[in-house]
Design a protein around this ligand. Structure first.
Ligand SMILES: Cc1cc2nc3c(=O)[nH]c(=O)nc-3n(C[C@H](O)[C@H](O)[C@H](O)COP(=O)(O)OP(=O)(O)OC[C@H]3O[C@@H](n4cnc5c(N)ncnc54)[C@H](O)[C@@H]3O)c2cc1C
Length: 357
């Protein structure tokens, strides 16, 4: 398929996913749905052409991700976690591993997930120790989406001064197993689990990346400061409804969202020297908070019927809340809290003179 046709394919899929989103949240994402996304060419967006990927421009990926996240957040999240694996493998010095997996990852015959968010914490909870020519990974990764749906998982572990990422079959076994599905307030259908690793053997052939932890953290700090398209996909879907229930409010919020979205994507496309991390963090914080505002406006405009599980308004509001914490770094947490604390509506001018009131 021509890469420029992929957003249209996503929109067609999105229309059918939207009708099923409530059921999917209750009963869980199904592999057959991921296979439909794969058949439409949506698993190889970030992959190189030699492996069958379409290596699309960032804006094509964004349109697809916005569409899927607004249609069915649960399916979007499982699909989303596939892409970091494709990207890291495409850039890997382990050419043998890339040749082994990338064609099937790009076609979607193999579905991937990730388990490395703990590396952002000052005390990483999965550690790697040298074992002969390879490694042993031990500890707990608190989040892994898609368990039972994915075939392989990219696991990250820390040594004293390095990070090691390995691609591992996503099966329960004595060395790695799910510690149970998490009972989540949003994205409950994503089969998200905590993973326990007990001396998981990692051969050198399975290592995707090994680098100094400080360098990885610096690159991740920059990457995670940029807003994900899903942060916009959810409020865009909510705005389409708000346009019918409260048109004037929808117009005002739509223009703010448009401005934040343009700015976020412009910053994400800029290189590190052109746009500071602080500017990226500020735009992302604005975007996630605007998502909460827009979905709240829709709930308010609908009244009680917004609380019915079959209405998407309450689900979008919970998914906007999920984006307050998803892919959160310490810096993003601080930037978001700073914007909440300084937003004028939380401290109106007439009360500023009376801080004890
Ligand atoms: C539904 C859901 C699904 C998810 N799926 C996945 C998945 O499939 N794979 C995956 O890898 N992750 C996944 N995540 C994790 C996600 O990307 C974020 O990492 C997570 O939401 C951040 O919250 P936390 O409580 O786990 O992190 P925390 O450990 O609380 O850390 C959050 C941030 O605060 C900072 N921080 C924490 N403690 C300190 C401290 N003492 N000093 C300084 N800074 C500190 C760190 O920089 C860290 O990045 C998922 C999260 C959710 C909610």
């Amino acid at each position: 398929m021509n890469p420029t046709d992929l957003p249209d394919a996503a929109r067609a899929l999105g229309r059918s996913l939207a009708g099923e989103a409530e059921r999917v949240e209750r009963h869980g994402v199904e592999r057959s749905t991921l296979d439909r996304l794969a058949a439409a060419g949506l698993h190889g967006l970030a992959g190189p052409s030699w492996a069958g990927g379409s290596d699309v421009a960032p804006m094509v990926y964004r349109e697809v991700a916005e569409c899927l996240s607004g249609a069915d957040g649960n399916t979007w999240l499982v699909w989303f976690q596939h892409h970091p694996v494709v990207k890291m493998l495409a850039a890997s010095a382990n050419v043998g591993l890339a040749e082994r997996y990338l064609p099937d990852l790009c076609s979607g015959a193999v579905q991937a997930g990730v388990a490395f968010s703990h590396l952002r914490n000052p005390s990483p909870s999965v550690v790697a120790t040298v074992d002969r020519a390879g490694w042993r990974f031990s500890g707990t990764q608190p989040w892994c989406t898609g368990w039972g749906l994915i075939d392989v998982v990219l696991v990250g572990a820390a040594t004293d001064d390095e990070v090691v990422f390995a691609l591992i079959p996503a099966d329960d076994g004595p060395e790695m197993c799910s510690a149970g599905e998490l009972d989540l307030a949003a994205m409950a259908g994503t089969r998200t689990v905590a993973l326990t690793l007990d001396g998981l053997a990692v051969a050198p052939d399975d290592v995707v990346l090994r680098m100094a932890r400080a360098d990885w953290l610096a690159a991740d700090h920059l990457r995670a400061a940029n807003a994900q398209p899903s942060v916009f996909g959810i409020p865009l879907a909510a705005l389409a409804h708000l346009g019918r229930t409260a048109p004037e409010v929808a117009d005002a919020l739509a223009s703010r969202l448009h401005d934040t979205r343009q700015r976020s994507y412009r910053l994400a496309d800029a290189d590190a020297a052109e746009a500071s991390v602080d500017a990226r963090l500020a735009a992302t914080a604005e975007a996630v908070l605007l998502g909460v505002e827009i979905t709240s406006a829709l709930v308010t405009s609908l009244g009680g019927k917004a609380m019915v599980r079959s209405h998407p308004a309450q689900r979008w509001a919970r998914e906007a809340m999920f984006h307050l914490v998803f892919a959160q770094t310490g810096a993003l947490r601080a930037a978001t809290l700073a914007q909440v604390a300084t937003a004028p509506r939380f401290w109106p001018a007439e009360r500023r003179a009376f801080p004890d009131v």
